[in-house]
Design a protein around this ligand. Structure first.
Ligand code: 4NP
Length: 172
């Protein structure tokens, strides 16, 4: 309780750190990353200091909820993705967000093509924050349930590293 109060006092009035997770369709990997990281942020009492969102490179699933397989796998670990809706990355995201975190190299290359040069330092692989170092979060869309478990394993690991990194930035 005291820690939470101190965090809020430290960050009072400061602009939150804004993090955007990006995959291809915004219905499997990046909404999973958004839901997992948002819970880490809530549990740390940092909702007022960190803003989380997700988007897709493609426009195929705009307005759709996360894939039922992604929702089911996440729910098994206590994450509720049901309120999320897919959207496409917008050019203004590069100005609006402090971190634009791609799930794989293909996403990273597409973001690199769209990103204005002055914001290119914001675009990274999410798994740069993994304990085992950067690797792709494999696309689970065509495949079985095991793919969604692997997504969650990688995302939970990277989310812990990202939270540690952001906490150092916030000095909390
Ligand atoms: P995501 O998975 O990029 O993790 O959301 C995919 C979802 C849909 C498609 C590809 C990947 N698709 O081709 O429709």
């Amino acid at each position: 309780m005291r820690t939470t109060n101190r965090i809020k006092a430290t960050r009072a009035g400061a602009r939150p750190i804004r993090i955007l997770f990006v995959c291809l369709g915004n219905i499997c990997r990046s909404p999973t990353a958004e839901g997992v990281f948002a819970r880490h942020v809530r549990e740390a009492g940092l909702e007022e200091s960190i803003v989380v969102d997700s988007a897709g490179i493609g426009d195929y699933h705009i307005g759709e909820p996360p894939d039922p397989r992604a929702r089911a796998a996440a729910a098994q670990r206590g994450y509720d993705l049901s309120a999320l809706r897919a959207r496409q990355v917008d050019k203004k995201d590069f100005a609006d967000f402090d971190y634009v975190l791609a799930m794989d190299q293909e996403n990273l290359r597409a973001l690199g093509r769209w990103c204005p040069p002055e914001h290119s330092h914001k675009v990274k692989l999410f798994t740069e924050f993994c304990s085992t170092g950067p690797c792709p979060v494999p696309d689970p869309y065509v495949g079985g349930a095991r793919g969604f478990e692997l997504v969650l394993d990688l995302v939970e690991d990277a989310a812990q590293g990202l939270l540690r990194h952001v906490r150092r930035q916030l000095d909390v």
